[in-house]
Design a protein around this ligand. Structure first.
Ligand SMILES: C[S@@+](CC[C@H](N)C(=O)[O-])C[C@H]1O[C@@H](n2cnc3c(N)ncnc32)[C@H](O)[C@@H]1O
Length: 204
């Protein structure tokens, strides 16, 4: 079963697979780049839109894309329910082409679906579409020889090397980088993940 099919199926019900609680990291982004005078946000791999809709409620002008039609349908439905408007559409992180610039660009739980050969070009695009003084947030699962592959790991997901994410932003100002190991119960079997996270600001 392909990744599009898996997520399409998970997103096909009226429940919100990832819930409706926005990610904690958004508060950090809001502090680093407050929503004054129509600041623009891009959510890459927005799922069912919980984070994108929250950012619209905070006053940002939000664009968001995901590979799944059901995810985008539910993002728009959630935005309507919260009385905000969002530019949400289906697109692929491996091929997307955007000409405008954003003050905040983020992606959570998604860049493990980037093909190896597209990583460099992806971060060149991120550099192009981020406004000077804008901030970005990315996280990604990384491999550790002492951790087993999670039981619900999808063959289309690719673990990154520890620290690899940080190498794509040499000329940016680091606001936070970290690597944490945490326990997870998805798939019904307790297991551990290691995750790298970066928040940084474009200076030039
Ligand atoms: C773990 S979910 C995270 C969703 C959302 N960011 C959240 O935190 O609720 C990963 C998301 O990546 C999306 N995805 C997978 N491959 C993708 C691709 N090639 N392009 C765009 N989105 C993709 C999936 O459809 C799914 O919504």
């Amino acid at each position: 079963m392909s990744i599009r099919t898996n997520y399409e199926k998970w997103y096909s019900t009226e429940d919100y697979y990832w819930g409706l609680e926005p990610g904690d990291f958004l508060e950090e982004l809001i502090q680093l780049c407050p929503p004054e005078s129509g600041k623009k946000v891009l959510d890459i791999g927005c799922g069912e839109g919980k984070d994108a809709v929250y950012m619209a409620q905070m006053g940002y002008d939000v664009s968001a894309f995901d590979l799944t039609e059901n995810g985008i349908r539910k993002t728009i439905k959630l935005a309507n329910a919260k009385n905000v408007s969002i530019n949400a559409y289906v697109d692929d992180i491996n091929t997307f082409d955007i000409r405008e610039q954003f003050d905040i660009v983020y992606s959570t739980g998604t860049i493990q679906y980037l093909f190896e050969q597209n990583k460099k070009e992806f971060f060149e695009k991120i550099n192009r579409i981020t406004q000077k003084n804008g901030v970005v947030y990315f996280n990604v699962f990384v491999e550790k020889t002492f951790l087993e592959l999670p039981p619900d790991w999808d063959l289309e997901e690719k673990m990154w090397k520890s620290g690899e994410l940080f190498t794509f932003f040499p000329d940016w100002k680091t606001e936070r980088i970290d690597e944490v190991i945490f326990e997870d119960f998805s798939g019904g079997i307790p297991h551990f993940h290691c995750m790298d996270t970066i928040i940084c600001r474009k200076m030039i």
